[in-house]
Design a protein around this ligand. Sequence first.
Ligand SMILES: C[S@@+](CC[C@H](N)C(=O)[O-])C[C@H]1O[C@@H](n2cnc3c(N)ncnc32)[C@H](O)[C@@H]1O
Length: 205
Amino acid sequence: MSGVGGFGQLVSRQASHPEGVLGRAIGRIWVRETAGVNDAALAVLDPKPGETILEIGHGPGRTLGRILEAGADAIGLEVSEAMSAQAERRNRQAAVDGRLRLHLGDGTNLDLADDSVEAVVAVHTIYFWPNPRGTLAECSRVIQPGGRLVVASRDGSLPLPRRLDPTVYTVPTLDQLETWITDAGFAITGVQALDAVLIVAASAP
Ligand SMILES: C[S@@+](CC[C@H](N)C(=O)[O-])C[C@H]1O[C@@H](n2cnc3c(N)ncnc32)[C@H](O)[C@@H]1O
């Protein structure tokens, strides 16, 4: 028993894969609720004009929009069709212009060529990946040598808020996260803590 009530379980499952009316509503809530962490991750990511940046688990697409505003092209990967559609609506012109490409998948394999992006960012999503080490290895494959990885994740050494279901959220400690990232070939370049969230930056081999 996780001790999380039925509503907590429902919301946690939706967070891992938003769908239907509730999923779409939660996506709209995230636009504000996760803005602070996303903006902090974006400040570390520092997207530049002409770059191509992959965001994994982009949710409603606000951060994709900020990457596009910075002049970079963006690729979004989502497991949720509802979030892919929401992100497309939020960034319609860039999608029409071909500056935004949206893919569906769970990150086990990235449908991208080797060394094809300058950076990857992933905020509040690594908890749900079926194989985080495998996805980080895929990130290492698709990021150009010296490119950037930014992962924002709750700190697994702190208690999970009671509203979140630990059978749905697998939250790594900083040690685990750094081990996964360095085992994938990256060099850690910085770690920031923002309340209960870690923002880990790394450089690709
Ligand atoms: C808590 S939301 C965070 C959304 C957004 N990054 C933010 O910070 O507001 C987690 C997102 O990760 C997506 N997700 C979960 N597992 C995924 C996976 N294996 N690959 C890609 N996206 C995934 C979910 O569909 C959901 O949109």
